[in-house]
Design a protein around this ligand. Structure first.
Ligand SMILES: [Zn+2]
Length: 451
């Protein structure tokens, strides 16, 4: 199939006007000018998207698709209260709820132009949703406990799930990793065991230095995570006694070896200093930046320019729909760009093109999958999207990257293709999902969660 559009953005090279991408057997076989490729391949079926941009699908470096049903339910709360409220709501979920919530999230991701997610799940629902919808993903099995006596049993359960999911994963489509719980809810022995387990290259994802409260809890033992505070707030959550460590979250977790595993993704890294950043650089830890979630929950702003300058591998993540409501990489790029520029630190003034790259090729590099996705290059897999640029709020368009970041919304994504297969096409989800059943289930779950 020959895909044509006014703009083709390979990301790894400059954009092509009136460009084309040749897709055969799920792979990209040619990228170039439409006039030339239509002449060279006269028998190919043509899809012409007109005034639109063809680009690699978004690689979302951090999601929790199974929380999609919680969108809009825990609003207007700062991070710690939001987190505790989330834990309370989770207790009401049945396995079927997790499955349908994740399916809703995977559909939202596909229609938003996301072709790969890096998702954290304990239930495994998002793994199955990715398979159903046909999305690519790295799925990290979350595991953690604060109780030393439970460490072996929770890890054994996680390793069993990982083995099973690996056996069930679509060839090349889903890769399975492991995710220790956040630092304030995880016994250090869990980190130590995962450090050993992941020496074989198993992907590891860990929420790290996201909120000021986490930083203060790890360093000073204070903050709303401390036992008296949790009890005072009336949450039914067991927080064991905790001794202040005197160090930052990054330096704390370094003690337990997990950052020394070969393939580690640290999520957030908002509360990091120069020394923390150099420690992350030394270990080639990749970073997922989640600007919209951080802003929504009042967590702070990650030092993105500094981290880019330091040479860290970085991708954008949409994070939990329980915080951001939508799995929307375009909103993530625009807000991320504006927040960074708003800081006015005098450091690098990041461009729209840099944010498009952070949401595609850079994110693929952060996840160590850039050899086969993240850009439109001959030999890579055909994970491609089309974004319409023909509306009154977009015309005239000079720079497609700037137009995508500044003038489009997820509604402008008109086609999503994974490995040559179209999953979303001008308002229609192609996989055979019973949408009316899912919408009815969403309302049913919402009533239960409100109650
Ligand atoms: Zn998260």
């Amino acid at each position: 199939m020959l895909l044509l559009a006014r703009y083709v953005l390979p990301i790894s090279s400059v954009h092509i006007e009136n460009g084309a991408v040749l897709v055969q057997d799920g792979k990209i076989e040619a990228v170039g000018e439409a006039a030339e490729l239509t002449r060279l391949y006269p028998d190919e079926e043509i899809r012409d998207f007109g005034v639109a941009a063809l680009m690699p699908g978004f690689v979302d470096a951090h999601t929790h698709l199974e929380y999609t049903i919680l969108r809009g339910l825990i609003n207007d709360l700062p991070y710690v209260d939001w987190k505790f409220a989330l834990v309370e709501k989770e207790k009401l979920f049945t396995q079927e709820d997790w499955e349908d919530s994740a399916l809703l999230g995977a559909l939202d991701a596909g229609r938003s132009g996301i072709t790969t997610v890096a998702d954290i799940t304990e239930s495994g629902a998002s793994f199955r949703a990715l398979k159903t919808v046909g999305l690519r993903g790295i799925v990290y099995r979350e595991v953690g406990t604060m109780e030393r006596s439970e460490v072996d049993s929770v890890l054994d359960a996680a390793y069993a799930d990982i083995a099973q999911w690996r056996a069930e994963a679509g060839e090349g489509f889903q890769r399975i990793g492991i995710a220790p719980s956040p630092l304030y809810s995880c016994h250090p022995l869990v980190f130590q065991h995962i450090a050993d387990f992941a020496q074989d290259g198993t992907p590891v994802a860990v929420h790290l230095a996201g909120s000021r409260e986490e930083y203060e809890f790890i360093r000073y033992g204070s903050s709303p995570f401390s036992v008296p505070s949790v009890e005072e707030r009336g949450y039914g959550i067991d927080m064991p006694p905790w001794l202040a460590t005197g160090v930052s979250p990054v330096r704390y977790i370094l003690n337990w070896g997990v950052l020394d595993a070969p393939n580690v993704l640290a999520i957030h890294c908002v509360h990091v200093d120069d020394d923390d950043i150099s420690k992350l650089v030394d270990r080639d830890v990749a970073i997922a930046i989640c600007s919209r979630c951080n802003a929504q929950l009042g967590m702070g702003v990650a030092p993105l320019s500094k981290m880019l300058k330091a040479g860290l591998r970085i991708g954008l993540g949409t994070d939990s729909p329980a915080a951001t409501d939508t799995t929307d990489p375009i909103a993530e790029m625009r807000l991320g760009l504006l927040i960074q520029r708003s800081l006015g630190t005098g450091e690098d003034f990041l461009s729209a093109a840099q944010f498009v790259r952070l949401a595609t090729l850079d994110a693929a590099e952060a996840l160590d999958i850039e050899d086969y996705v993240g850009s439109l290059e001959v030999g890579k897999l055909a994970d491609i999207i089309a974004i319409d640029l023909s509306s009154s709020n977009q015309v005239p368009t000079l720079d497609p990257a700037s137009a995508i970041v500044n003038t489009t919304t997820k509604e402008d994504v008109i086609m999503t293709m994974v490995q040559g297969k179209i999953l979303y096409d001008r308002g229609k989800h192609v996989p055979a999902i019973d949408w009316s059943r899912l919408a009815a289930r969403a309302h049913e779950m919402r009533l239960k969660l409100l109650g």
